[in-house]
Design a protein around this ligand. Structure first.
Ligand code: PLP
Length: 394
């Protein structure tokens, strides 16, 4: 009889020839557990998802309560479903005034798709600007705005009229003109290996978008919900986007995304044609209940408050001749090494020592650190001890 790993390789579609093949039996807080008692500290949060930890009790309770009432009842946008209404109301209450209309979808990529359609529809323009090394998802539209030819080439033709600027390049903003529908950009570039912009970059970009009637789409799918020490990373830069993209952490471990804009802009999806974006499961009531509990927990437990201090502790401890740089903001950090071989070897040996770390899509010689925000100082110390010990053994 085949074991679970063999069945996984046989029947589950694979995305690479070298999956990590870690079998998970359960998860709680900072930890993942294997079937034979293995315990792993999760330093990547399931890729920036479990910001409040795995299976937070308030999220589990909200899910169970909602499952006892109803699950799917109809397509998005028709019936009044309390979890959707309450989660949207809560999101709007913590966002700037002009972001007051929430369209719930199923994933980050779908949030990207919805936002690109909305920007084209609202402006009547087709030109889209994205950034080199950007990642906004893997569906056709999202792939079109990915800033890495390697992953795109095999799937061409993609969306027309897409061009690229360099992230954090102030001179490049002049490429935004009166024909540009939107600029889609991560507030801090994630898969590029965590690139933090200069303090004044987004103000310059925002001003250029406003002057040219271009919509600014900020992708906070990785940076949102406290990861950088603020609820949303754009709060660091004193700007407000026209469309905000959220996913990953907002569901507390459940699949949900959203594109959020102004009612006036969002209204264009409702006529000529109606049903400008359609989704059956978007805003699933169980996911929205989980999302509301996640946001309430983030705020009630003040989980953003210690993020800066925890970042500082990582930075203080992660000093080693093989570490070229530690960069990022809050608990969204990259440890820059020299080669992919070092990164691959270190993530393997760290796993053997009970630590989950990973790397980035567009930067394979840096390690990814994005632990749940609940990580304690003692856990940071232990994680750094293991990383430093493994670096010695490279
Ligand atoms: N945007 C950013 C910045 C991301 O990091 C990701 C996923 O890694 C996405 C979009 C796509 O999200 P999803 O995998 O839910 O489609």
């Amino acid at each position: 009889m085949l074991n679970l790993r063999q069945l996984f390789l046989l029947n589950n579609a694979q995305t690479s020839s070298s999956p990590r093949l870690l079998e998970i039996e359960s998860a709680q807080g900072m930890y993942l557990y294997g079937p034979d008692g293995e315990k792993y500290m999760d330093l990547v949060s399931g890729f920036a998802v479990s910001n409040i930890g795995h299976r937070h009790p308030s999220v589990v309770r909200a899910i169970k309560d909602q499952v006892d009432r109803y699950m799917h009842v109809t397509v998005y946008g028709e019936f009044v479903q309390a979890p959707q209404v309450k989660f949207a109301e809560k999101l709007v209450s913590v966002l700037p005034e002009n972001l007051n209309s929430v369209y719930f979808v199923n994933s980050g990529a779908e949030a990207t798709e919805g936002a690109l359609k909305l920007a084209k529809r609202f402006t009547g323009r087709t030109k889209i600007l994205s950034c080199n090394n950007a990642y906004h998802g893997s569906t056709h539209g999202a792939l079109s705005v990915m800033g890495n030819e390697y992953y795109k080439e095999a799937y061409k033709p993609l969306l027309p009229d897409v061009s690229f600027i360099n992230f954090n390049d102030k001179a490049d903003v002049t490429k935004i003109d009166g024909e540009t529908a939107c600029v889609i950009i991560e507030t801090i570039q994630g898969e590029a290996g965590i690139l933090v912009p200069d303090a004044d970059y987004f103000k310059i970009l925002r001003d250029r978008c406003t002057a040219t009637g271009t919509l600014l789409i900020l992708d906070e799918i990785q940076t949102g919900f406290g990861r950088t020490g603020k609820l949303f990373a754009f709060e660091h830069y004193n700007i407000v986007p026209d469309i905000l993209l959220l996913a990953k952490g907002i569901g507390g471990g459940m699949p949900i995304g959203a594109f959020i804009s102004n009612r006036h802009i969002m209204h264009t999806l409702t006529e000529n044609p109606i049903l400008g974006h359609i989704t059956t499961f978007g805003g699933h009531p169980v996911c929205c209940a989980a999302g509301l509990a996640t946001l309430e927990t983030l705020l009630a437990e003040n989980l953003m408050q210690d993020v800066d201090r925890k970042e500082a502790l990582f930075r203080k401890r992660l000093v080693h001749p093989r570490i070229r740089e530690v960069r990022g903001k809050g608990l969204m950090l990259a440890i820059q090494l020299d080669t992919f071989e070092q990164v691959e070897s270190l993530s393997k040996t760290a796993t053997d020592k009970g630590l989950i770390i990973d790397w980035f899509l567009h930067c394979d010689n840096a390690l990814r650190l994005a632990p749940p925000l609940i990580i304690s100082e003692a856990e940071i110390e232990l994680a750094c001890d293991i990383i430093l010990e493994q670096l010695e053994n490279l």
